[in-house]
Design a protein around this ligand. Structure first.
Ligand code: TMP
Length: 261
């Protein structure tokens, strides 16, 4: 697979063309941003961990019939993925109220929701990714009724799957954000899950201590992010239990694991 020119650069990832028009390379950067780019930093090793964690989760989604863009991980920072036309909506699912939900509606932080709450935000940095309703999505034809019902159903299934996956390793899935896109391969207009699922895009709390194991460490200055992401990866069985991972040796560790395979 030949890597071509840069097609798009986002806050945490870069997309490169390949010699196959239906496939692109997704590169995970170490950059972290919060509050619509107002807070920025580079956290060495973050991209490597997100690449591994997202690969692990997405490659397991086929089991539950959620088609997604991942073809395969290529190396420490890159994945080969299907080219999609991203739907300009961030789909958020919440199990416990925190973050922007509590700020917006005055709900007490940490309130367990009786049923998963789906929210939609317009993917538009200039407007600060505003919350939108189902009616906005239909009115502006970002999706039709059938497509949105299908996505809602996938979101619920994905939430059930992720809740179970993380519960099994002592982690509460508080909320997450995902993106979907249209594939135009062989003339069909399928909608598949794209982007990533990682501690950058989920809120993950230790089941017992409620220690934050996600990007809130960076957003709220809660201390180092790399040990928390490493903990998630270790619990999922992606990294060796005994490994003492720091930002500096994430790279070495993964190459050791490959050799041991
Ligand atoms: P929020 O409480 O800030 O709205 O975030 C809800 C979830 O969505 C949380 O898991 C973090 C994730 N998220 C992103 O992945 N990207 C974003 O730009 C934002 C605002 C949230």
């Amino acid at each position: 697979m030949k890597k071509g020119k840069k097609l798009y650069e986002g806050k945490a990832k870069i997309i490169f063309a390949t010699n196959d028009k239906n496939l692109v390379i997704q590169y995970f950067k170490d950059d972290a941003t919060a509050f619509n780019n107002q807070k920025k930093s580079t956290i060495e090793g973050k991209g490597v961990l997100n690449n591994r964690i997202s690969e692990y989760i997405l490659s397991n989604l086929n089991q539950i019939g959620i088609k997604n863009h991942l073809v395969k991980r290529l190396n420490m920072r890159e994945q080969l993925v299907m080219l999609v036309e991203i739907i300009p909506i961030e789909f958020i699912v919440r199990n416990i109220a925190t973050g922007s939900l509590t700020k917006r509606l005055g709900i007490e932080d940490g309130t367990t929701l009786e049923r998963p709450l789906i929210e939609y935000c317009l993917k538009n940095d200039k407007l600060g990714d505003p919350n939108i309703s189902r009616e906005h999505i239909l009115a502006f034809k970002w999706l039709d009724d059938i497509q949105l019902d299908l996505i809602d159903e996938k979101l619920k299934r994905l939430n059930d799957f992720l809740l179970g996956l993380f519960r099994g390793v002592g982690i509460k899935l508080v909320d997450f954000k995902v993106e979907f896109g249209f594939t135009h391969e062989s003339g069909k207009n399928d909608i598949i899950l794209a982007d990533e699922i990682s501690p950058d895009t989920c809120r993950l709390w230790d089941s017992i201590t409620e220690k934050k194991l996600d990007k809130d460490r960076f957003r709220k200055d809660l201390g180092d992010l790399i040990p928390a992401y490493t903990e998630v990866a270790k619990r999922l069985g992606i990294l060796h239990e005994q490994s003492n991972v720091s930002a500096v040796n994430v790279t070495k560790l993964s190459s050791v694991k490959k050799k041991n395979k």
